[in-house]
Write a protein that binds this ligand. Structure first.
Ligand SMILES: *[C@@H]1O[C@H](CO)[C@@H](O)[C@H](O)[C@H]1NC(C)=O
Ligand SMILES: *[C@@H]1O[C@H](CO)[C@@H](O)[C@H](O)[C@H]1NC(C)=O
Ligand SMILES: *[C@@H]1O[C@H](CO)[C@@H](O)[C@H](O)[C@H]1NC(C)=O
Ligand SMILES: *[C@@H]1O[C@H](CO)[C@@H](O)[C@H](O)[C@H]1NC(C)=O
Ligand SMILES: *[C@@H]1O[C@H](CO)[C@@H](O)[C@H](O)[C@H]1NC(C)=O
Ligand SMILES: *[C@@H]1O[C@H](CO)[C@@H](O)[C@H](O)[C@H]1NC(C)=O
Ligand SMILES: *[C@@H]1O[C@H](CO)[C@@H](O)[C@H](O)[C@H]1NC(C)=O
Ligand SMILES: *[C@@H]1O[C@H](CO)[C@@H](O)[C@H](O)[C@H]1NC(C)=O
Length: 900
């Protein structure tokens, strides 16, 4: 009898973990676990570079390959990218990963990035509906449209006609009756491409074909319905946000598994070249940085005049500083999710006394067809510990009754166990003020009802009135206001990025969304996630373009227009609680009607105040009256809650929901009231003062500057950090996670190395060291060098002296000349990883990093001479200077003997 919202809620509770229980070292696998595809790199080429070739007619790609081969680097070309002005380059697999450094310095190559792996989007909940009578169907399928003004645009006939949207996802089941039941020109799904094939799982070779049909995964079909479901062709009256737009499916996921960045870059470029006006990606993975290949290319496509909408991520439970890529792309629109405002509930009816139907938390009617008499375990409606003790001996057999019990003191399961001991097998628990919401009752048949309904039933029982309760098997379904409805979904990942970009940009409905599923998977279903909010923004963008045109002027200001006309969202329904932090709601909930009809323009939409060391406390915005009449404006500041992003007294980010305080910045404006003639505009300067507040908790301030004239209420959204990012400790040097201090080298026996240890690097016996560490915070550069065992070096942190998946490291330690960094004497470099994300509190989900040093080689492939050494780990602090030793945190391992 648990509703999916209770399951979703519980699963979120179950994942919001505290850093407390130590993780068992024996569970650490002795393999490299980094999220990078082995030996694979995306190189970017300067297409104007003058690279000599044996053939005059050679293409830029051929010239670059020739020059790479000339350096004795052996490689295979996985993909070529050739979008002049956007991205020219290739995805390469090196035969020897150690050649990466030489590759990076080859003529014509301007950037080299590892190929990253992205997980498939995990919907927060899935329910396949069984038919029009399925009680899980939100009663008003347009509730999300009413929330955002889309219903009013539809009423005006604005439905996205003439706009092309490319969907990068699992493909689309275009045979679906609500998605046009066909493929190609003239249909709703006009085109696309399958870049991977059914069997692709992120580690094997893609097998492309022209047909992006998906009848095995389903995610992309749900996304497509949110944009394009045809309201005249489905029994639920689901309508897509932009149901007259034309869709193309770029299939980047197979039936199961992950996708690598090179496939995403290929699909992005393909969509760009196909002339898609909008590209939408309901996918991503925690990253924290804006630098992955797909994030960079997506951002460039956005600045080249297209709109790119990308999910903000479903990692809200992991707290701050854990933003998702490619949603981190600087110019893309990263989308947060808002919970729908209604939840479907069932009702029971009362016979023998006048009373309104009683709502109870269940999606399906309780399958009891006979009217049931009731039994109250206490006649006192104020009892605090009802049924917490075994029921009295004189209690009758309760199996034929609906038992009524009051919430409180002990667990639901305790009460229900006592009731079951007397034969009770169906129970209403009435609320005691704890809140009317889905509850967890294990396997018992019990559900929560509201306090007033319970008090009524008990008073009738105590008065000896012979009432009965019936559970209508049809028609008992109602829409009940969702307690969490209208708020930002708790699963939405928090921004900002580690380089302090404004993420997410905006919110759209993404919780409890009914849409299409592939025909073999049941046709219709309800899903939740930022994956569902993202196509809503793509559809909203299509409505905008269909009215205002597709010019660069419109596309480049779309994000600002949506942000400034959005509706700000509270952090809770409790009066007096602050607005939700901008780091989870962005500019607020999109209002597409306001965005299209506003006669005032405010820009920019975002003020990024950055950290205290790079404080941009003076900002200017412009207000323009685009209406037909003179308007008077007032300017005022409404702060949002300040996110306490680190757990006080620790180096660990707060888990979600991130605690908020009301400490707020103050702003003085150059003008707070002014009048503008039609067509006139005015600049206003805002000077920010950050309140003093505990810097060690890395408080992120945010809020809104409202510009109001009559019923028009626009805003600029700001975000800033009340601390210096450089003070964030990047390496975890605590014993919190493993019960022993890390970093560590793990020896052949799987134990933390405590003293000097020799290794033979014998593959057969697995006698090699494994490096184990955690990033408490993301780092721009993580580096491991081999140093002399007797080095005279003071590391910044010290701890007690931690598959033979070979060649998996990305190893391009740069040669750094000059600066204090280069003065540390090293024997040779082992590993460098740039833009590493922080680790997560969940040990089974990016909890820690391991690298297996299973061959005794330097990064360049040269064998390490036998001898005794130490590993020197260095991790650059955020905003640190890579040439300065003092901007790194460092750790020296115990003595590692290389005796191969
Ligand atoms: C991917 O599929 C290949 C077979 O094509 C299989 O060998 C490999 O184990 C699969 N990988 C994952 C992660 O499922
Ligand atoms: C769909 O819309 C039609 C016409 O407005 C209405 O009669 C019908 O009841 C609606 N169906 C559902 C499932 O809401
Ligand atoms: C409760 O038990 C009675 C007697 O065994 C049975 O008739 C009834 O169906 C049960 N009700 C439920 C909801 O399991
Ligand atoms: C709950 O109800 C179902 C169906 O009425 C029944 O099969 C099941 O045994 C009941 N469970 C308990 C714990 O009473
Ligand atoms: C509650 O009231 C009913 C009806 O008057 C009575 O039969 C029952 O004994 C009372 N229960 C208790 C615990 O007093
Ligand atoms: C914040 O400041 C740092 C250090 O100057 C800079 O690298 C970063 O790009 C800035 N962030 C933004 C969004 O401007
Ligand atoms: C490691 O091997 C070297 C050379 O055989 C030896 O001198 C040294 O004592 C060994 N160290 C340990 C800890 O076994
Ligand atoms: C590889 O690196 C080691 C350590 O820095 C160095 O001694 C060696 O000369 C390098 N080998 C090549 C081929 O560059």
């Amino acid at each position: 009898m648990k509703s999916p919202s209770s399951l979703a809620f519980l699963s979120l509770v179950a994942c919001s973990r505290l850093v407390s229980a130590a993780f068992d070292l024996s569970s650490v696998k002795r393999v490299t676990n980094l999220p990078n595809a082995p030996n694979r790199f995306i190189v970017e080429v300067d297409s104007t570079a003058d690279i000599p070739s044996k053939r005059d007619s050679a293409s830029i790609h051929e010239r670059v390959y020739e020059s790479i081969r000339a350096r004795d680097i052996s490689f295979g070309v996985d993909k070529e990218f050739d979008a002049e002005g956007l991205f020219v380059g290739a995805a390469l697999t090196l035969s020897n990963p150690e050649d990466a450094n030489a590759l990076e310095t080859s003529p014509g190559i301007i950037a080299i990035r590892p190929v990253k792996t992205f997980s498939r989007p995990q919907p927060v909940k899935v329910h396949v509906v069984t038919g029009p009578d399925d009680s899980e169907i939100p009663p008003d399928v347009e509730s999300t449209h009413i929330l955002t003004g889309v219903d009013k645009l539809h009423a005006q006939g604005i439905t996205g006609e003439g706009i092309k949207i490319g969907i990068l996802d699992t493909g689309i089941d275009y045979t679906h009756p609500a998605l046009g039941a066909g493929f190609g020109p003239g249909h709703k799904v006009i085109g696309g491409f399958d870049l991977v094939g059914d069997a692709y799982n992120g580690t094997n070779t893609p097998v492309p074909d022209p047909d992006p049909l998906d009848q095995c995964a389903g995610h992309g079909t749900h996304v497509a319905g949110i944009i394009g479901a045809d309201p005249n062709a489905n029994p639920f009256n689901i309508s897509g946000v932009a149901f007259s737009s034309s869709l193309s499916a770029y299939r980047v996921f197979g039936c199961v598994g992950t996708v690598t960045d090179d496939v995403l870059v290929d699909a992005l470029i393909m969509g760009f070249k196909d002339g898609q006006d909008i590209l939408t990606l309901s996918l991503g993975g925690a990253d924290g940085w804006t630098e992955s290949s797909s994030a960079v290319v997506a951002s460039r496509i956005a600045s080249a005049g297209r709109i790119v909408t990308i999910a903000a991520g479903n990692d809200g439970a992991s707290g701050s500083w854990y933003t998702s890529s490619p949603g981190n792309g600087i110019d893309v629109i990263s989308v947060a999710s808002l919970d729908n405002t209604v939840i479907p509930l069932q009702t029971a009816t009362v016979q023998g006394a006048e009373h309104d139907p009683i709502p109870y938390f269940s999606l399906f009617p309780i399958p009891v067809t006979e009217p049931l008499p009731i039994f109250a375990t206490s006649n006192d409606t104020t009892v605090v510990d009802d049924a917490c003790n075994p029921l009295p001996d004189d209690t009758p057999d309760l199996s034929g009754f609906l038992v009524v019990v009051r919430r409180g003191t002990c667990t639901f399961v305790q009460k229900l166990t006592n009731i079951a001991a007397k034969g009770g097998n169906l129970t209403f628990i009435y609320d005691n003020g704890g809140g009317f919401a889905a509850i967890d009752v294990g396997d018992f048949n019990a559900t929560l009802i509201q306090a007033a309904d319970g008090e009524f039933l008990v008073s009738q029982f105590a008065a000896g009135v012979p009432i009965t309760v019936t559970f209508p098997q049809e028609g008992g379904f109602i829409q009940f206001p969702d307690a969490a409805g209208g708020l930002i979904s708790s699963f939405t990942s928090y921004g900002p990025s580690n380089d302090f970009f404004f993420k997410p940009a905006i919110a759209a409905p993404g919780g409890n969304i009914l849409s299409t599923l592939p025909v073999p998977l049941g046709l219709y279903g309800i899903e939740s996630g930022t994956s569902m909010a993202t196509p809503f923004m793509a559809g909203s963008s299509a409505l905008l373009l269909s009215v205002k045109g597709k010019s660069q002027e419109v596309t480049s200001t779309a994000r600002t227009l949506f942000e400034t006309t959005a509706q700000t969202i509270s952090s809770s329904h409790t009066d007096g609680d602050p607005l939700q932090t901008v780091t989870q709601q962005g500019g607020g909930l999109v209002n597409v009607f306001n965005a299209l009809h506003t006669t005032t323009l405010v820009s920019p939409g975002e003020f990024i105040l950055n950290d205290t060391a790079h404080f941009n406390g003076r900002q200017t915005f412009t207000v323009k009256n685009t209406g037909q009449s003179e308007k008077t404006y007032t300017v005022r500041h409404v702060p949002a809650g300040t996110a306490v992003t680190m757990q006080p007294g620790t180096i660990f980010p707060a888990v979600g929901p991130v605690p908020l305080t009301t400490a707020a910045a103050s702003i003085s404006f150059s003008s707070t009231s002014f009048t503008l003639a039609p067509g006139a505009s005015k600049s206003v300067t805002a000077t920010f003062t950050l309140p003093s507040s505990d810097e060690s908790t890395f408080p992120v301030y945010s809020g809104f500057i409202h510009v109001v004239s009559g019923s028009e209420d626009l805003h600029v959204t700001y975000v800033g950090l009340g601390a210096s990012l450089k003070n964030a400790q990047v390496l975890d040097d605590t014993d919190v996670f493993f019960g022993e201090k890390i970093p560590a080298v793990i020896d052949a026996a799987g134990d933390f190395q405590t003293g000097p240890t020799n290794y033979t690097f014998d593959a057969a016996t697995g006698d090699f060291p494994v490096l184990l560490w955690r990033q408490a915070f993301g780092t721009p550069i993580f580096r491991v060098d081999l140093v002399d065992a007797n080095i005279n070096f003071d590391p910044t942190i010290s701890s007690r002296q931690v598959d033979a998946d070979t060649n998996a490291h990305i190893t391009f330690p740069r040669v750094r000349v000059g600066g204090s960094f280069a003065r540390v004497p090293i024997v040779g470099s082992i590993l460098e990883i740039d833009f590493l994300t922080r680790n997560n509190e969940d040990p089974n989900d990016n909890g820690f990093n391991t690298v297996a040093f299973d061959t005794p080689t330097f990064a360049n492939g040269t064998t390490i001479p036998n001898g005794s050494y130490r590993y020197l780990i260095r991790s650059l602090k955020v905003t640190g200077d890579p040439t300065k030793e003092e901007d790194f945190e460092s750790w020296l391992s115990p003595i590692v003997g290389v005796f191969a």
